[in-house]
Design a protein around this ligand. Sequence first.
Ligand SMILES: Cc1cc2nc3c(=O)[nH]c(=O)nc-3n(C[C@H](O)[C@H](O)[C@H](O)COP(=O)(O)O)c2cc1C
Length: 192
Amino acid sequence: MIGRMDAFEAIARRTSTRRFTPDRVPREEIERLLAAAVRAPNHKLTEPWRFAILGGGAARRFAELRRAYRAAKFPDPAAPEAARAVERAYREALETPAFVVVLSAVSDDPVRREEDFAAVMMATQNLLIAATAAGLGSYVRTGGIMNDPALRELVRAPATHRIVAIVSLGRPADAAEPTRRGDPAARTLWLD
Ligand SMILES: Cc1cc2nc3c(=O)[nH]c(=O)nc-3n(C[C@H](O)[C@H](O)[C@H](O)COP(=O)(O)O)c2cc1C
């Protein structure tokens, strides 16, 4: 872990990490990130989040699911360009030291459902910021694979929950510059 970093610095430094070193992320480190995640605001303290950490055989199985999911998007997955993209998705998953699959409760009440989803995404952001502060790289993704029954089975998703994000974690292979953002002043209205 690199030295202490305040919240502003960790937020400013966070950027999606695309390449990781092969070092594994110790369980205790992931546990610290999850402890930070669940400090997110949460209306009615429903604790709607669930996390599934994929390592070892589960991570390999996820890489296979990613490959199959990617392949199914091509009319001819065996065509050279498709095969390359499919292989890239597979390799990239295999070379990711850990995945945190994030799930949210799906309430029958639409208001509760939205509040729970918001809380889970806030928890996910906490996790990303804490990861940056701990010297880890991260990458949050969503996408149709979240509804793949095979992925739901892999993470033992309860029928009451849906997958809302998949976070890659590991040590960054290179120092990436944060991506650009406009000045918030251009999108802010100060009202007296
Ligand atoms: C809800 C959400 C879903 C995302 N889904 C994807 C995704 O499916 N694929 C992807 O490559 N990046 C995904 N991203 C990452 C964004 O593309 C990334 O955050 C953006 O390019 C800004 O870069 P930065 O994270 O380095 O600041 C997602 C980010 C968020 C917040």
